[in-house]
Design a protein around this ligand. Structure first.
Ligand code: HEC
Length: 128
């Protein structure tokens, strides 16, 4: 047998094994080092869990107001994403006025408007 005859079946078996063990969506998105099974959460994802979801769950209005204020600074595209800052300011105002439900609505408002685009373009971006 020539070396090629040995090599090709071996390569075929190897690539089949790689395909079989790869997980998650493989189309349209670059390989991700975060936010997928087996990898740590992405920077903003982690930040949100600790700094936004936690005070909301504990009904801590002061912490929530601070979170919205910090989120306003994290706009990755201030020129293009004009509503990001507006939503964050509305959330901060609602938290300062003591309205947990109005504040919570701003979380969803931003997620609906920007989360998908953020995941596609900025997911690996560092946050403060
Ligand atoms: C102005 C925009 C904006 C506001 C306001 C905002 N978020 Fe987010 N949030 C994002 C973006 C963008 C992501 C996606 C980050 C990622 O997954 O890498 C995100 C992700 C998250 C995640 C991570 C979900 C996961 O995959 O585990 C949580 C939890 C979260 N936000 C909670 C909140 C809560 C609670 C509030 C309100 C108190 C809030 N967010 C307000 C933009 C916002």
């Amino acid at each position: 047998m020539t070396p090629q005859r040995l090599l090709f079946p071996l390569l075929g078996a190897l690539s089949a094994a790689v395909l079989a063990t790869s997980t998650g969506p493989v189309l349209a998105q670059p390989p991700s080092d975060c936010g997928v099974p087996g990898k740590p959460p992405c920077p903003l994802q982690h930040w949100m869990r600790v700094n936004a979801a936690a005070p909301l769950a504990k009904r801590e209005l002061e912490g929530l107001a601070r979170a919205f204020s910090a989120i306003e600074q994290q706009n990755p595209n201030p020129k293009g994403w004009g509503n990001w800052g507006r939503i964050a300011r509305d959330g901060e105002k609602a938290a300062r006025e003591g309205s947990l439900s109005a504040a919570r609505q701003q979380c969803g408002r931003c997620h609906r408007a920007y989360r998908r685009a953020y995941l596609l373009q900025y997911r690996a971006r560092d946050v403060e």
